[in-house]
Structures are given as structure tokens and as C-alpha cells.
Write a protein that binds this ligand. Structure first.
Ligand code: MN
Ligand code: FE
Length: 358
């Protein structure tokens, strides 16, 4: 038995104990490292995927203020540039995203970070938390640039039922985990935590963001709101890394704690995801009472069902819908390796690091 055999040693960063015992990669786990390893040592790395997602996130760094909003401002001011329905859908999406990004960040910092005590996963979580701050910044920047009523946009999640219901669906799981009585040593505690991870990584970031992405990027494909859409494109790229990290995290926790993955729990998660699909379709319905830009509620429903099936497969749960992808162009936007920019605007290139001057 190792001398790391103290609970404080792992879960709290403020306590260490002198020892000649070194961390062994074999002892590392995603959760409950208290008896086996040390939360303060990144290496030796066990979960190479977590480290690679961290590097991918850093390689895709961007800042909202580097994106010009000039054409968006001109278009938004032009009374003929958008119909009322189009303005409605743009404002709804800004209202949804402006607070959703913050609540994803809060859930990382307040609940996930506390319970995942593996250092390489925490390294990624620190990066992701900053990206969520950048995303919230992006919506603040768009709202300010367009001189929108910030009170209207940032309060929309409390004033519009379809947004409130989506946010409440996930936020109720943050509350459950903040409860001090959650014990990750028990099957129930692990399931509660896994439900939080599924609700944020699979549902919020993997389903609830997608009607917004499709409808906003449809404007971008017509060269409308190009600065807004360039930022949303970067956000979509970040979000697909967040979701892939999250699914890998969830599946690894399940593999390390197989007793949590009961038939009953799988059925519960399946019902949750089906409920999330309904909430997302009713959000799309509210945003888009009439078809615009070649979009309508039926196509968005198919798309939401299609992506829900993809998420279910990755979670090793049975597909539910069998819908086809009505927007194949979305896969191209998500693909990080595509060299050509979808909107033929500049790709923010941080990988050279040449911009720093001392
Ligand atoms: Mn985000
Ligand atoms: Fe995210």
C-alpha cells in the first residue's frame, strides 16, 4: 500500500506529505484517486487523449475582439437587410448562447473540477473553462457591437420558456452535485455525477447548441452577419472538442466503475436524452415559427434527431431515431482539418506564436 494513502493527498491541493513513493501510471484513475495517486503531478500521463484535447484546444486559440463586426453592424442597421422573423431568430440564439456558455463554465469550475481529481483531465478542464469564458465574451462582444438591448438578451433565459427549460434541464444537475452529501465511492454518487456529465457534455454542448449553430451559420452561408458567424464557427469547433473530451471522460469513468453502468441507469439516461431532443425541437419551433433560409422545423427536428443518435452511439447506447443528416455542410464546418475557411475569411492562426513582442 502506497504512502499516498491519505484522502487529503489527492483531492486537496493544499496538503502534501513527505514520501519517497512515486506516482505510478497504473494507479491513476479519473475519479477517487485518494488512495492511489497525487492530484498535483501531471506526469506520468495515463490518459493521453485528455492531454491531446488540451493541446488541440490551445492550438485553436482565438479571441472575439480579433473578429471584425463592421459588416454585421452595417447589415443590422439596414432596415431592409433582415425580415422580422430573421431578427427574431438571431436575437433568440444570442439570448440562448449568452448565458448557456456561462453556465457550462460554472458547472466545470464548481462541480466537475472538484470531482475529477486526475491531473491530465484537470489540465483540459482548465483550458475548457477559459474557452467558455471566451465564448461568453464573444456573445457580449456581438451584443455590444450590434447595440442590442443587453438586458433583453441576457435575461432571455429567464423570460423565454423554451430557453428556460433547456437551461433548467442541465442546471438542476449542477445543484445535485454541489450537494456535499454526494459520495463518489457509492454507485448512486457515481451515477449522479455521470448524469451531470451527460447533461452538460452530451446534452447542453452536444444537442442544445445545435439548432442555434445551424440557423446562425445559415446566415453566414449567405454572407450575412459574417463576423458573428465567424465567431460561432470557432465556437462550434471548440464545442466539438469539449463534447469529444466529455464523452471520453464519461466512457472511461464507466469502464473504471462498471458497477455504475446498470440497465436501469442506461434506461434513465436514454429517457433524459429523448426529453432533451423534445426540448431542442420546441426551442427550434419557437425560434422559427415560419421557415427561413431553407430551414424549417421539420428539417431541424431531423437534424437534432440525427445528432442525438450520433451522441448515443458514442455513449454506447442504442440509437433511437434513424434520421438522416439534412445539413451535410455542417460536418465540414466542424472538421478541424479543413484548410479552407467556410466563409472565406481569415483563419485565426495562433500556432505560429509569432505575434508576441517583448
Ligand atoms: Mn462554449
Ligand atoms: Fe463548451
Amino acid at each position: 500500500m502506497s504512502e499516498f494513502n491519505t484522502k487529503e493527498c489527492s483531492t486537496s491541493s493544499s496538503t502534501i506529505r513527505m514520501t519517497k513513493d512515486r506516482v505510478s501510471v497504473d494507479n491513476k484513475r479519473i475519479i477517487n484517486n485518494g488512495r492511489t495517486t497525487d492530484a498535483n503531478q501531471l506526469v506520468p500521463i495515463k490518459y493521453q487523449w485528455a492531454w491531446h484535447y488540451y493541446l488541440d484546444g490551445c492550438a485553436n486559440h482565438w479571441m472575439p475582439s480579433e473578429v471584425s463586426m463592421q459588416r454585421d453592424i452595417e447589415q443590422w442597421r439596414n432596415p431592409k437587410a433582415f425580415t422580422d422573423n430573421e431578427r427574431h431568430i438571431i436575437k433568440r440564439n444570442l439570448g440562448f448562447f449568452s448565458t448557456a456558455e456561462t453556465l457550462v463554465g460554472n458547472n466545470i469550475v464548481l462541480s466537475i473540477y472538484k470531482l475529477v481529481d486526475n491531473p491530465e483531465c484537470r489540465q483540459y478542464l482548465l483550458r475548457q473553462a477559459f474557452e467558455e469564458a471566451i465564448h461568453t465574451h464573444a456573445f457580449q462582444y456581438i451584443v455590444e457591437s450590434l447595440s442590442l438591448d443587453e438586458g433583453e438578451i441576457f435575461n432571455m433565459y429567464r423570460e423565454t420558456k423554451q430557453i428556460y427549460e433547456k437551461d433548467e434541464f442541465s442546471m438542476s444537475c449542477t445543484q445535485g452535485i454541489l450537494d456535499e452529501s454526494v459520495d463518489l465511492k457509492t454507485k448512486e454518487g457515481k451515477q449522479k455525477f455521470l448524469n451531470n456529465l451527460v447533461s452538460f457534455y452530451v446534452v447542453t454542448e452536444g444537442i442544445f447548441f445545435y439548432s442555434g449553430f445551424v440557423t446562425m451559420l445559415s446566415f453566414g452561408r449567405q454572407n450575412r452577419m459574417p463576423g458573428t458567424c465567424e465567431q460561432i464557427q470557432y465556437i462550434l469547433r471548440d464545442e466539438s472538442i469539449h463534447m469529444n473530451f466529455g464523452i471520453e471522460l464519461i466512457n472511461t469513468i464507466i469502464d473504471e466503475n462498471p458497477e455504475s453502468w446498470t440497465q436501469e441507469f442506461k434506461e434513465y439516461l436514454l429517457q433524459r436524452i429523448k426529453r432533451a431532443v423534445e426540448l431542442e425541437v420546441s426551442y427550434a419551433q419557437e425560434c422559427l415559427p415560419q421557415g427561413i433560409l431553407g430551414l424549417n422545423v421539420q428539417l431541424l427536428r431531423e437534424y437534432v434527431q440525427y445528432i442525438a443518435d450520433r451522441r448515443l452511439e458514442k455513449l454506447r447506447l442504442p440509437k433511437q431515431y434513424g434520421s438522416n443528416n439534412p445539413f451535410p455542410w455542417m460536418s465540414e464546418v466542424i472538421d478541424l482539418r479543413k484548410e479552407k475557411n467556410f466563409f472565406e475569411s481569415r483563419v485565426t492562426e495562433y500556432q505560429t506564436g509569432g505575434a508576441l513582442e517583448w
